[in-house]
Design a protein around this ligand. Structure first.
Ligand code: AMP
Length: 584
């Protein structure tokens, strides 16, 4: 399969292919399942469920149970430990992906294979084709803030790395990128460098060197773009000096990076002066990206879900440039593609590609905005999943994935809302992770509820010209009664009165009936807002990167569990002030 792709592809052909697939999504799904089961029916995992070579959805659903990662972990571990028998797939798995670990709290192993790489290319090409129709880009370069983590060998000798690393390292990736006529500004040595601080500096430098050619500024998750330009604010003078003098800053110590980037650098006082003037003309870094990279057509990256809180800052840097939200997937595999790139990120949806896996949807009652009822996100009797074409517009679902890489009826843990259909395939809006919950007794608040509460309270900061840089939360049950703790890192010191009001506003903004009633009778204590020292969230990212996570896949954990002692320790070591709500 790999290597078959043409160097250049015709976006209109790709769109036509997608239209065909989505026109008959039900049939394509049945065919995908048939293919998955034919290719892998002999694998030990599938054999035990008595499918007896049947490949229809009805038999599959009747025989094979719904599982989560814990159920499959022993099988994946045996693969990682070097067992060569066909355990989950017909063809043995030779590569393992390490999920970022920031959504689940701990990294987990998932299988990676050529078929996943192939679907990655299909997603990239399809979404590029739709993007390019609305925002055509000429020949040029992409300033991509992408970073690979280290690949390592598992006990059994399999290559393991984060999913993004496995993708970037795959020769298919480069081909796909050049087929889109947007090679990365930075040489490979920067992307694959062992120290992301140095890689980031060089991404910025390479971007500036090719500033006229940059057509797109992107990253996997939008957080990396914010992180990059916040760093730019700190190091821009050094970057300008490097360009003026044509020699690389001493901060770049990794030899391979030094050699590769030095080749691109030559003394260029004209460019240095231009950049200097552009920056001097800016007010508060507003519109920084188009000033630096005048031919950029759009900013691209995942901007939905836990990335939404960064949109305000991204718009600040982006000025008038459109923000295009990237596709929906996970280390376990891709789900859907953004075929409506003109929609603002807050409204972005993902059309499911019906040939890359077999998808089921567990209905979940949506009552997050209904304070009268207790949340039903966790209920004892769960409704049966429905098929891809049976989902209903306006309803919420948890996604269940069966793919070509050994996952069968696997609960991904994400909640999505069906916003409509593209032909006969649903367009999903990402809602939140299902298991990220703030809960003490009868209260249940999701990642989304937390985000909305934080958004409401942060407007009080903007009135003071202060910026919320990042946030997380914790359920503190060491007090009696237990209470919610929200951690904030803010751009500058804020007045006590303002922060007290923010704290009250946070407390009032959790409107689920369980929380409100528990607060009223004090079975949940007053919400606490703890303010962190500048740089705390960078320390948290460094911690995850140290564990093997890739910066490209980093998502700030929005709720830190009791067992995540290191992160809790980083947080508590960096608290400068705290406030208790008096809202109830
Ligand atoms: P990872 O651990 O890096 O594999 O993270 C995968 C998770 O990231 C998914 O299960 C989602 O929760 C989240 N994610 C991926 N793509 C998107 C997207 N487009 N919008 C919102 N969340 C996403």
């Amino acid at each position: 399969m790999l290597g078959k792709m043409e160097e250049i592809f015709d976006p209109e052909v790709v769109i036509e292919e997608f239209e065909d697939l989505s026109n008959d999504a039900g049939k394509v799904q049945r065919e995908a399942l048939k293919k998955i089961l034919e290719e892998n029916g002999e694998a030990e995992y599938l054999c035990q469920w008595g499918l007896d070579a049947r490949t229809d959805p009805e038999s599959f659903i009747a025989c094979v149970p719904l599982v989560n990662h814990n159920d499959l972990e022993p099988y994946i571990q045996r693969i990682a430990d070097g067992e060569t028998a066909s355990i989950l797939t017909g063809k043995p798995i030779t590569t393992i992906s390490l999920s970022s670990g920031t959504t689940q709290g701990k990294p987990k192993f998932v299988p990676f294979n050529d078929e996943l790489m192939e679907s990655t290319s299909q997603i990239y090409k399809t979404s590029f084709a739709f993007r390019n129709r609305e925002y055509p880009i000429g020949n040029g370069k992409a300033l991509q803030f992408i970073y690979s983590s280290k690949q390592f060998k598992t006990k059994g000798g399999l290559t393991a790395g984060t999913a993004t690393t496995n993708v970037y390292r795959n020769p298919q990736f480069k081909k796909t990128m050049s087929a889109m006529q947007t090679p990365c500004c930075s040489p490979d040595e920067v992307i694959f460098g062992p120290d992301y601080h140095q890689s980031l500096y060089c991404h910025l430098l390479c971007g500036l060197i090719f500033r006229e050619e940059v057509q797109v500024v992107s990253s996997t998750f939008a957080h990396s773009i914010i992180h990059a330009f916040r760093t730019f604010e700190q190091v821009w003078e050094e970057l300008v000096t490097d360009i003026r003098e044509g020699s690389l800053s001493d901060r770049i110590k990794v030899l391979s990076i030094r050699v590769a980037v030095s080749k691109l650098l030559k003394p260029d006082p004209v460019l240095a002066n231009t950049i200097f003037d552009k920056i001097s003309g800016l007010s508060d870094w507003n519109g920084l990206i188009p000033e630096l990279f005048p031919n950029t057509k759009y900013i691209y990256g995942i901007m939905t879900g836990s990335m939404e809180p960064y949109l305000k800052k991204l718009r600040h840097y982006a000025g008038q440039l459109p923000l295009l939200s990237a596709d929906y997937g996970s280390s376990e595999g891709w789900i859907g593609v953004n075929v409506n790139p003109k929609l603002p990120p807050e409204m972005a949806t993902f059309a499911v590609l019906p040939n890359i896996g077999y998808f089921e949807f567990i209905p979940v009652k949506d009552d997050t905005n209904c304070p009268e009822q207790e949340s039903a996100y966790v209920s004892s009797v769960e409704p049966q999943p429905v098929g891809l074409t049976e989902v209903k517009v306006g309803e919420n679902y948890e996604i269940v994935v069966t793919n070509f890489a050994g996952l069968y009826r696997y609960r991904l843990g994400d909640l999505v809302k069906v916003k409509g259909f593209h032909n006969s395939t649903p367009e999903l809006q990402f809602v939140c992770r299902r298991n990220l919950l703030l809960t003490i007794n009868i209260d249940k608040n999701t990642e989304k509820d937390l985000q909305l509460a934080v958004e409401a309270a942060a407007t009080l900061l903007s009135e003071e010209k202060l910026e919320l840089l990042d946030f997380t939360s914790q359920v503190d049950t060491s007090t009696d009664p237990g209470h919610y703790v929200i951690f904030w890192e803010i751009s500058h010191a804020a007045k006590d009165e303002v922060l007290k009001e923010c704290c009250n506003c946070l407390d009032r903004s959790f409107v689920d009936a369980g929380y409100v009633s528990s607060r009223k009778v004090n079975t949940i204590g007053a919400l606490e807002l703890r303010i962190l020292k500048p740089g705390t969230f960078h320390k948290i990212m460094d911690h995850f990167v140290g564990l093997g996570a890739a910066v490209s896949q980093f998502k700030t954990p929005r709720c830190v569990g009791q067992n995540n002692t290191t992160v809790l320790q980083i947080l508590s070591n960096n608290v400068v002030k705290s406030y208790l709500s008096t809202a109830y």
